[in-house]
Design a protein around this ligand. Structure first.
Ligand code: 5RP
Length: 222
């Protein structure tokens, strides 16, 4: 199977997973990226069965609206029953690196505001140690060089993602050569650097369920 077919398979599995949760008052959280986009495209067929969605990015909000799905602000939606999103890397503890699409801050907020996080990913995203994928760190623009120096002190090789402005008006530093032994500790440590808005480690609040696309079908891990 191609990677696109694996993404399709996990998107379909996520639809099956959330279908029993839906109802006229239900608002769900929806992530960002090519895997999440496949989920959104399938969600369109169910749009009469739930109230709407909270989007983790402007791109996702646009796609949801194009399908006729109502988009709500998290502020008005309250706690969400479920959040569905992809990942750039995921380990056996269902800790992730996210933010390859620069949507990490809103993704982390919507995930934190949801009772259940369902991660959908193809098998290429699994790893035993996070950090093979460069860890994104969102910074306010005036702090970029300072934060980069602090990241070097922690052993990373940060690279400014030129030309990228996040939905929050901020910038991204991608941390190369940064294998992460203890993701929860590192997530908290990075959060403490002044000027960091969010880092792409999703360990303190990891996924509750991984739907993993493999050659042998979709595997469930929780
Ligand atoms: C965006 C993300 C995405 O979930 C992550 O980049 C995975 O994307 P894709 O499904 O396209 O591989 O974190 O900020």
């Amino acid at each position: 199977m191609t990677q696109d077919e694996l993404k399709d398979a996990v998107a379909a599995a996520a639809i099956d997973e959330i279908r029993p949760l839906l109802g006229s008052q239900i608002i769900i959280g929806v992530g960002t990226g090519s895997t999440a986009n496949r989920f959104i495209d399938r969600l369109a067929a169910l749009r009469g069965d739930f109230r709407g969605a909270v989007a983790s990015s402007e791109a996702t909000a646009k796609r949801l609206k194009q399908h006729g799905i109502d988009v709500f602000e998290l502020n008005e939606a309250g706690t969400l029953p479920v959040y569905v999103d992809g990942a750039d890397e995921i380990n056996d503890q269902l800790e992730m690196i996210k933010g390859g699409g620069a949507a990490l801050t809103r993704e982390k907020v919507v995930a934190a505001g949801s009772q259940r996080f369902i991660c959908i990913a193809d098998a290429s995203k699994t790893t035993s140690i996070l950090g093979g994928f460069p860890l994104p760190v969102e910074v306010i623009p005036m702090a970029r060089s300072f934060v980069a120096r602090e990241l070097v002190k922690l052993g990373a090789d940060p690279v400014y993602r030129e030309g990228t402005v996040t939905d929050n008006g901020n910038q991204i530093l991608d941390c190369y050569e940064f294998l992460i032994d203890d993701p929860k500790v590192m997530e908290a440590r990075l959060n403490n650097i002044p000027g960091v808005v969010t880092n792409g480690l999703f360990a303190l609040r990891g996924a509750d369920l991984l739907l993993l696309g493999t050659e042998n079908g979709v595997e469930r891990k929780e």
